[in-house]
Design a protein around this ligand. Structure first.
Ligand code: A3P
Length: 271
């Protein structure tokens, strides 16, 4: 079982406290035309991110907020840890470095220098649109799993999440939220622009699109497809275990340990 992202929980907790003291209109700032949550992202970190050097064996998970990034991020960690144990590679993924907040664009300005020193295969999540990722992700052909979810379900999940996550602006009504969702006035911008920008890379050999729905319908097939894409040869039995340990129920049961107080918020309904 991959270790919990302690730093992930810490940063989220701090951002909740700070966001609680802020006025609603200050909760988002704009960078390159896209709104981001002020308590999680910053101009300085975006600038520092330009120094991020992608590697061809990086395992990148690109997904809009609420598309299932915690679920698929967990699948990637389960796959790599199973592979490392099997091949007797020192399971460095359990090391301190991996407590790093897992989203590329969130953290402190020094994190990209620390990431350079990570000696093992890196699992990196991002909510960013393709045009805003560091250029080396494409020039070095890092492998990208592009996660997509039905916009109606994603919007519902986002709306519910906004109600309980102080860093995201809250909405009194669905209609109010829906207007902002449609024009992209929500954290990380428009899901429709996100889709059309990423669509430009759908045929890149190092990008593999996958949908929330297909993996929900057939988790084992989804896990197999992901393992093949990242070139992690595992047995049927091992892949089955990864799928089981990544099920909604398994992750929800474990969520206090992995995500602290955010467990109930992140593992909501999954339908
Ligand atoms: P709902 O709010 O519709 O329940 P993210 O991790 O990007 O924030 O996405 C959260 C969504 O993924 C939530 O959707 C959550 O329930 C769902 N989810 C989380 N873990 C899951 C799993 N193991 N299987 C299926 N869905 C999962």
């Amino acid at each position: 079982m991959p270790r919990p992202h302690r730093k992930f929980i810490d940063i989220l907790e701090k951002s909740m406290v700070v966001a609680d003291t802020m006025d609603r209109e200050d909760l988002m700032f704009t960078y390159k035309g896209i709104p981001y949550p002020t308590t999680l992202c910053s101009y300085e970190v975006f600038k520092a991110m330009e120094s991020f050097e992608a590697r061809s064996d990086d395992m990148i998970l690109a997904g809009f907020p609420k598309s299932g990034t915690n679920w698929f991020g967990h699948i990637l960690l389960e796959l790599i840890t199973t592979f490392e144990k099997k091949t007797e590679v020192e399971p460095t993924i359990y090391g301190e470095e991996f407590d790093e907040f897992p989203y590329l664009e969130i953290g402190d300005t020094e994190k990209y220098q620390r990431m350079k020193k990570i000696p093992f295969r890196r699992v990196i999540r991002t909510h960013l649109m393709s045009q805003n990722l560091p250029k080396s992700v494409f020039t070095n052909k890092a492998k990208i799993l592009l996660l997509l979810r039905n916009p109606k379900d994603l919007a519902t999940s986002f709306f519910k999440f906004s109600k309980v996550m102080a860093p995201f602006p809250t909405y009194e009504s669905w209609d109010e939220f829906f207007k902002d969702f449609m024009i992209g006035n929500i954290p990380w911008g428009s899901y429709f622009t996100y889709l059309s920008e990423w669509n430009k890379h759908a045929d890149d050999g190092h990008v593999m699109p996958i949908t929330f729905e297909e993996v929900k319908e057939n988790p084992l097939l989804g896990v197999k497809k992901i393992a093949k894409f990242f070139e992690l040869p595992l047995t049927e039995e091992e892949l089955k275990k990864v799928a089981e340990r990544s099920s909604f129920q398994a992750m929800k049961n474990n969520s206090k340990e992995t995500h602290g107080v955010f467990g109930n918020v992140l593992f909501r309904k999954a339908v």
